[in-house]
Ligand binder design. Structure first.
Ligand code: PPS
Length: 296
């Protein structure tokens, strides 16, 4: 990652979205949408903290037929499945051999327009936003490109007023979901992955047209569990330079569960969040699991 971390944490507004100084290059913002897309291209789209690095690991393992040694040559999985919006990725994408696997937190209008002509494939991963908020709060403490929050209450307000990279969680999920018919899109949730990873991996394989043996599927699942990913430095981002992630302040692979928000939200915060959620999502056909005990 060719990023240049600064101490100016104010997001740079561009067409209603805030970019991170030093991490995102203004030259890319209006050019990513013009990229030519191959049918074999795969974009994983997430609001931050919704399962991005988990999907990086799964896609890499599917490509390698479950062989975990395929990632041993790199420092981190993001070298193989880069964020398309991070400086340098766009140029690298143009020259990369197929299949090109990328991740992104951007809104749909910034992504290649060809996706809306059913070129390439999109996997959108959504996570319940209370857990997203908590995960993002902790990530802000270790990520040097993001401002360390004063406290949880302060971050709670920032998240609800869209003053974080990624903007409004509601807008992100809803606008991407609205493209599920015009794009080749698989829409999955983090909670489904927690509930039954094996079924989700099979759905991803079928979506990508990958025909893995039972043994290969078993290995993909085995090497992408939270416990095992934590032991793989490339997957857990433990080898990333301290300039970017300060692991003495927390781990990328933190809890990996559903419902940790209950350990952070006050009753008043939870009720306020619920009200906003119901207002924003009342016409939206997606439901989330908010508590690990609600898994079937
Ligand atoms: S980022 O920075 O936006 O790319 O972060 P992202 O990868 O989207 O989200 C990080 C959260 O995903 C959790 N994670 C997992 N959970 C369960 N199983 C597996 N294998 C897994 N891999 C990553 C990670 O722990 C972060 O969630 P929290 O709640 O902070 O633990």
């Amino acid at each position: 990652m060719n990023v240049d971390v600064t101490q100016d944490f104010a997001l740079i507004p561009h067409k209603g979205f805030g970019f991170i100084r030093g991490v995102h290059d203004p030259d890319d913002w209006d050019q990513i949408c013009d990229l030519e897309i191959r049918d074999s291209d795969v974009f994983v789209i997430t609001y931050p903290k919704s399962g991005t690095i988990w999907m990086q690991q799964i896609l890499l393992l599917i490509e390698a037929g479950g062989d975990v040694t395929s990632i041993s040559q790199v420092e981190k999985n993001g070298d193989l499945v880069p964020w398309i919006e991070v400086k340098g990725s766009r140029e690298a994408f143009i020259k990369a051999p197929s299949p090109r696997l990328s991740v992104s937190h951007l809104l749909s209008e910034f992504l290649p327009a060809a996706l809306s002509r059913k070129k390439g494939k999109v996997i959108y991963v959504a996570r319940n936003p209370k857990d997203v908020l908590v995960s993002y709060f902790h990530f802000h403490k270790l990520a040097n490109m993001l401002e360390t929050p004063k406290d949880f209450d302060d971050f709670f307000e920032k998240f609800l007023t869209d003053r974080v990279f990624g903007g409004s969680w509601f807008k992100h999920v809803k606008t991407w979901y609205s493209h599920r018919e015009d794009m080749n899109m698989l829409f999955i949730t983090y909670e489904e992955m927690i509930q039954d990873l094996s079924s989700v991996v099979k759905r991803i394989c079928s979506f990508l047209g990958k025909d893995l043996t039972e043994e290969q599927l078993t290995n993909v699942v085995k090497h992408s569990t939270f416990k095992n990913m934590k032991k793989i430095p490339q997957a857990s981002y433990e080898q990333v330079s301290v300039d970017l992630l300060n692991h003495s302040k927390g781990m990328f692979m933190r809890k990996g569960t559903i419902g940790d928000w209950k350990n952070h939200f006050t009753v008043a915060q939870s009720e306020r969040f619920d009200q906003i959620f119901h207002r924003e999502m009342q016409d939206f056909p997606l439901s989330f699991i908010w508590d690990i005990r609600d898994l079937k």
